[in-house]
Design a binder for this molecule. Sequence first.
Ligand SMILES: [Zn+2]
Length: 472
Amino acid sequence: MACRLRKSSWLQPLPFAFQVAPFLFSRLLFFVASIIVQAANASRNEDVMSLYLRDVTFLDWRESKLISKNIVLDEGPLGGRRFTSEAPGAGDEVIDCRGKLAIEGLTCGHHHIYSALARGMPAPPRPPKDFQEILELIWWRLDKCLDTDMVRASALAAALDCLRCGVTRIVDHHASPNAIEGSLSTMAEAIEEVGLTHVLCLELSDRDGPERAAAGLAETDSYLSSGRPGMVGLHASFTVGDELLSRAVDLARKHQVGLHVHVAEGKVDQERCMLEHGKRVVERFADTGALEQAGSILVHCLHLSEDERELVRRAPVWVAHNPESNQKNAVGTFRWAGLDPERVIIGTDGMHSDVIRSARAAFLVGKAAGGLDPSLPWNGIWNSQRLLERHHPEAVRKNDLVLLDYDPPTPLVAENAVGHAMFGLDSRHVHAVIAAGRIVMQDGRVLGIDEADTMRYCREQAERLWSALAKT
Ligand SMILES: [Zn+2]
């Protein structure tokens, strides 16, 4: 089926500009307000100071170089990061970083916080026979049992997990069909409590009927109107009818944000699309204008034709690669060919929060499937950051930094950094995490939040969730 990319949405006529202006203004207002609040908090705190990291080796992923110097990080969401040869200032907190490797805070390009309490949960009533049954017997049963407390616990658990892996930014895709209203702000507040930034969305779908689809649209509209960084989420083509898809695209246009949707994760997505719409999934999205929304994330993209790859490559969208989830669900193997490698990002699909581990898995899967340059998955980690810088700058802070206790038995130089990343670097090397210029984790200990108490709360909510699940 022939389909063409439409002209960019910024070429819409003037009345549309008037439509979106209030929402762009609300995003700006929220951003400015959050800075003012944090600045006010900082001024009340006599301990506010810059962090002075003495003798640190910084791995600069943009320039592919290693810089050994002192780094000063100013506190606050707009705090700067600069190299210096000068001595620390009188009020600076000095950290001796000899032997430490520093990288920017990592980004998880596709997470499912709602699955954080699934670890170790009771087995489904029978073993799923395919991907559709994995959804029906496991994930769609679980997400229906989530209430607001469980959503909050899931967000706290996932945010803490991210922190331990050096991840300071989460791009999440959420589902809680029986606790929709307020779910995104509940998650946002919990993630912020741990010290991370986020780009959230709610999974819109027709799988639970028109009322929940409408509630999802309302929640998304309300959340995006609040000015927090977010996207318009859709589950996948095969659970989204034409009317909902059209309304989701309208909502994304209204707020000038991207869509975040699973694409051809299983063959069922393509089969149902051909059956019900007479075209393939990416062609369907292109025909509705969904691919025009710059910054959209197409997740998985396993079963694409060459024409679909071309459509994706030409559109201003990003592809999220989740190698371990693909293996777990036995849905297929990701192919890099025909896609723009600079717009492939690495996600975990909710399995865990360790993007370095996922990048390594992406390398191994690609290698086994016929060969892959290891720099592609390594760059995929940083592509997520480029996506945020371009489309959600409010979620990126220059003063987020991860200090690694990485003491390799072989020389580490800029030219072999990818080799170290793929064969040596691991989240167990995370020594400290600095978010917005403040140390939020050090020596495996989370600061600013009672970790033991929080994990106890999470386990209580997990028990409630599993008990509810047993009754379904
Ligand atoms: Zn996913």
